[in-house]
Design a protein around this ligand. Structure first.
Ligand SMILES: Cc1ncc(COP(=O)(O)O)c(C=O)c1O
Length: 429
């Protein structure tokens, strides 16, 4: 459904909620954009407060209808509030909302592990609640499997903000890491994304290479063709574990279930990673993530001796697992992966034709639209009913990660709205 904006943005009801939020939430969390912008003599808007969502749309507390071209940070790939995912969650809530992590499992957790292994060719699973959890589990596994402690990551890589992933990010490193330096391990080195393996440091000194097959927050950047395969081969030779962080790019977003499959399809020698992290879209709106791995690497954990050395209260939560099983069914039954591929190509082509767009990066429904003044364009698009976020180290692109069910009408409407937002006169900022 196309946007329907009835008030100024943000509307009066949103502004009232944001004032209350500002009194109670730690000030470091939700940006009061208007206040921050005023302090630097620029103009920006506070957020709108979301009340309801369905499919490609979000309604705010003022009754304004938006098209969500972020899918709620890439979560709502099957569309917001998909009826089959909601029904699965409701059924599970009526039966067993919660089990007991590492102590007492439930059937949905076991079914989801089986399903994910079948889909990815991996053997073993560690569940978590966030993307950070999955990356943390992967880093621990790599250390156990190799007896080494250093991790190689890439500029522009984003892996979450819990302590271990935070120490390994390559995106806005100074801003994210410097306040917390005292809490961070010194175990990560970084190289430019796409560096030929021959120019990387000696991989035999590393436990793992941690890489996004397509960088998300870093600018929807694909590596050079063949690079992932060459990286795998070099890591294998060096006895170093390869971790793919597909938290953003996974679950069909790029037109394959995993973004790395694009390369595998193009190369006979490409193989799967030792460890794979997925999250975000996995349960269509419920917080659950997974670190999957080969038996060879995962079995380095050894058998639990009763007190698990890695677990959490909500590990493999049954409601999340039930919703994930339903979301995976929807992805398959509605042909969403093929749709992401087909519609993503059409969308990218149309976006490239907009005057002021320098380039469109990414794949499928994971696109970076490169232009000047992305912050101003983002603000003008929001006022017109289109939710987008900038991405890239210097906010050089708009990151589009819409629901994979994005309608042609919404895609075409967005192209027209983007053209207007780029050509509109700028006001401050
Ligand atoms: C590639 C990637 N890895 C990890 C994360 C962290 O996920 P979470 O925010 O759920 O901890 C993100 C989040 O954007 C991500 O894009």
């Amino acid at each position: 459904m196309l946007p329907n904006i009835r008030t100024e943005i943000p509307g009066p009801v949103s502004r009232g909620w944001v004032d209350r939020l500002a009194l109670r939430e730690c000030p470091g969390i939700t940006a009061r954009r208007a206040r921050r912008a005023a302090a630097i003599g620029a103009s920006d808007t506070d957020p709108v407060v979301w009340a309801e969502a369905e499919g490609e749309n979000v309604w705010d507390v003022d009754g304004n209808c938006f098209v969500d071209l972020c899918a709620g940070f890439g979560v709502a790939s099957v569309g917001h509030r998909h009826p089959r995912v909601v029904a699965a969650g409701q059924a599970q809530l009526g039966l067993l909302p919660h089990a007991m992590g590492d102590a007492f499992p439930d059937p949905r957790r076991i079914e989801l592990m089986e399903r994910l292994c079948a889909l990815t060719g991996q053997d073993r699973v560690i569940f978590g609640s966030s993307g950070s959890d999955a990356v943390e589990a992967a880093l621990k596994t790599a250390v156990l499997a190799t007896g080494r402690r250093r991790i190689l990551t890439f500029d522009g890589g984003y892996h979450g903000l819990a302590s271990a992933p935070l120490a390994a990010i390559g995106y806005h490193v100074e801003a994210f890491q410097s306040p917390f330096r005292a809490l961070l391990g010194d175990f990560a080195d970084r190289a430019p994304y796409g560096t030929p393996p021959s120019a990387l440091p000696d991989l035999s000194t590393y436990a793992a290479v941690l890489v996004e097959p397509i960088q998300g927050r870093g600018g929807m950047r694909s590596p050079p063709a063949g690079w992932l395969t060459a990286l795998h081969q070099a890591a294998r030779r060096a006895g170093c574990v390869i971790i793919h962080d597909e938290i953003y790019s996974g679950c069909g977003r790029t037109g394959k279930f995993l973004a790395a499959e694009h390369e595998a399809a193009a190369s006979e020698t490409a193989d799967k990673p030792d460890l794979l992290c997925i999250g975000k879209a996995l349960a269509g709106g419920f917080p659950i993530s997974a670190c999957l791995g080969s038996a060879q690497v995962m079995d380095a954990w050894g058998a639990s001796r009763g007190e698990a050395i890695h677990t959490q209260t909500f590990l493999g939560n049954p409601t999340g697992c039930a919703m994930a099983l339903a979301a995976l069914d929807v992805i398959q039954d509605e042909g969403l992966i093929e749709r992401a591929q087909r519609n993503g190509e059409r969308f990218a082509t149309r976006l490239r034709s907009v005057p002021g767009v320098h380039a469109v990066s990414g794949r499928g429904m994971m696109l970076g639209v490169h232009m000047n003044d992305t912050l101003g364009v983002t603000r003008r698009l929001l006022a017109a009913g289109w939710i987008v976020l900038p991405c890239g180290e210097s906010a050089e692109a708009l990151g589009l990660t819409p629901p994979l069910i994005l309608s042609d009408a919404a895609a075409d409407g967005f192209v027209a709205a983007l053209s207007d937002a780029i050509s509109a006169p700028t006001t401050g900022c």
